[in-house]
Ligand binder design. Structure first.
Ligand code: NG6
Ligand code: CA
Length: 508
């Protein structure tokens, strides 16, 4: 039987050898086709172009965001699509200009979802490529179909437009309902204390900021005088849901913990996370350990807080061995505002800090500071540190990320600028239309053009120049970044060219 056993042994040995070889081969192919990277978009709320050290701030310290900016590509001509939140977020996720969608304007907390569930989005595209997808933080793109019952599953929402996991606030920190919503369910809701929300009228017997100034720990300046939650008067009326109400001062820690939980759970990858910070939008409520951190009052303190959270989040990626395989994109939804409706010393304690840097205007404005924002791409070991002047828009992320992961999805207005985002090319887009509260302006090459608009030149509540004027405005940003010299009259040829190009994009 010995001579019979031998062939079996030989076969087994051969089998083992060939098994080893195929494993070796497998390893090689894995090396040739590495798993696509994890992708994280960190999105600040109302953070201006001049707010980070890496973008020239000298009065505020933002070491963690500076680490991303200085260790990655820092874009100096990077744009949000709008000077307010909802339209910018809509454009970011869909790659579609917000002015194509009439509903893409600042939404109340009761607004229905404005992304069609059939529409392509970044998370949907990535899901098709095998990604797990999650959102933590500010949503503000509407929920439900216009008649939400906050005590049942709330849909459609983020989970219906591509996110496997969601942990969000519905609208803004200053709008009701002031609760977290996880995968469509209000977190910590007591069924015996149901939530009701209304933006038109108050609920019987519920105190408002307008009528109960003695109950307030933060005073309202304009708007923001409806329901009082945690001593802060909000926009909109809310009743019930006591056990579910968020603690404003804990919000940054809560979102960070959820973001960390998500990337830890999904570490096998590839994953996508949209981490939408609430800072420095109003109400500015730094956790006590950040109070006084900036010397600039709550607005500066929450920027320091946000920077810290980003640092902690990066540490989690690093400690999990994920940093080399994660593309991080950082930007902001619109430009800066100081007084956005509460007395919080943002103006009084600003000192020498310039939230918009050298740019004119701010949030709500058609001038540059409305939409030109910090824009950073960071990928350890893959993106070489540098500064890029290429014109890029948040619209371009859908198409560019599609190229990165081998998808042929193209957003309606998205340009495939992957090489630009990876720092391998300086050729950005040629032009972009910029939106602000229903109005639009145009950037092409070094030029910015603002059509004439009725309406006040300055919103005196927030003290921001809106860009409205009786005549066309034309600026050469190369010589005049601060938009001080209107060249519309002295350069009619260029103006004509800009108007024609603008109308072509707008389809006018
Ligand atoms: C405005 C609010 C402002 C802010 C903004 C939305 C008033 C007077 N002002 O209507 O405080 O909430 O909406 O900001 O209510 S955004 O960044 O979400 O677009
Ligand atoms: Ca915003």
């Amino acid at each position: 039987t010995a001579h019979l056993r031998f062939p079996y042994a030989a076969i087994i040995i051969l089998f083992l050898i060939s098994g080893c070889q195929s494993k070796e081969k497998q390893k090689q192919t894995e090396k040739e086709e590495p798993q696509p990277p994890n992708i994280v978009i960190i999105y600040a709320d109302d953070l201006g172009y001049g707010e980070l050290g890496a973008y020239g701030a000298t009065e505020l310290e933002t070491p963690n965001l500076d680490r991303l900016a200085n260790g990655g590509m820092r874009f100096t001509n990077g744009y949000a699509s709008s000077a307010t939140c909802t339209p910018s977020r809509y454009a970011l996720l869909t790659g579609t200009y917000p002015w194509r969608n009439k509903s893409a304007k600042i939404l109340p907390g009761t607004a229905p979802l404005i992304i069609d569930t059939a529409q392509m989005t970044i998370p949907k595209m990535l899901k098709q490529q095998g990604y797990r997808t999650g959102i933590v933080g500010k949503w503000h793109l509407g929920l439900g179909d216009g008649n939400v019952n906050w005590n049942e599953r709330i849909a459609p929402g983020p989970n219906e437009v591509g996110f496997d996991r969601s942990y969000i606030m519905a609208a803004t920190q200053d709008r009701v309902p002031t609760v977290y919503i996880q995968n469509g369910e209000v977190v910590n809701l007591d069924p015996d204390d149901p939530i009701q929300v209304d933006y038109a009228k108050n609920f019987e017997g519920q105190p408002t900021g307008k009528d109960n100034p003695g109950m307030l720990k933060m005073k309202w300046h304009h708007g923001h005088n409806n329901s009082i939650v945690n001593g802060i008067p909000r926009i909109g009326f809310m009743k019930g849901g006591e056990s579910a109400k968020w603690v404003d001062e804990d919000m940054a820690d809560t979102f960070l913990a959820e973001a960390q939980k998500y990337v830890t759970a999904e570490k096998e990858g590839p994953f996508f996370l949209y981490y939408a910070l609430q800072q420095p939008h109003v109400p500015r409520t730094p956790h006590p350990r950040f109070v006084g951190a900036s010397g600039m009052g709550p607005r500066g303190d929450v920027i320091v807080e946000a920077d810290h959270m980003v640092g902690e989040f990066i540490n989690t990626l690093e400690n999990g061995g994920l940093l080399e395989n994660t593309l991080i994109i950082f930007s902001s939804d619109n430009g800066p505002v100081l007084n956005d409706g509460y007395y919080d010393d943002a103006v009084e304690k600003l000192g020498g800090h310039e939230p918009a840097g050298p740019l004119r205007g701010g949030k709500y404005s058609l001038f540059e500071a409305g939409t030109r924002v910090p824009f950073i791409t960071y990928w350890k070991g893959r993106i070489e540190p540098g500064v890029s002047g290429a014109l890029v828009s948040q619209l371009d992320l859908l198409g560019s990320l599609a190229d990165l992961v081998g998808s042929d999805v193209e957003g309606e207005d998205s340009k495939g600028l992957l090489d630009v985002f990876l720092g391998k090319s300086d050729e950005g887009r040629e032009q972009v239309v910029l939106e602000a509260t229903g109005r639009t302006a145009f950037r092409q090459g070094d030029w910015a053009m603002i059509p004439p608009y009725d309406g006040r030149a300055v919103n005196t509540f927030v003290n921001i120049e809106l860009g409205n004027a009786d005549d066309y405005q034309l600026y050469n940003l190369k010589d005049d970044l601060g938009q001080q010299k209107n060249l519309a009259e002295s350069n009619p040829e260029k103006l004509k060219e800009m108007i024609a190009a603008y109308r072509a994009v707008r389809g006018e």
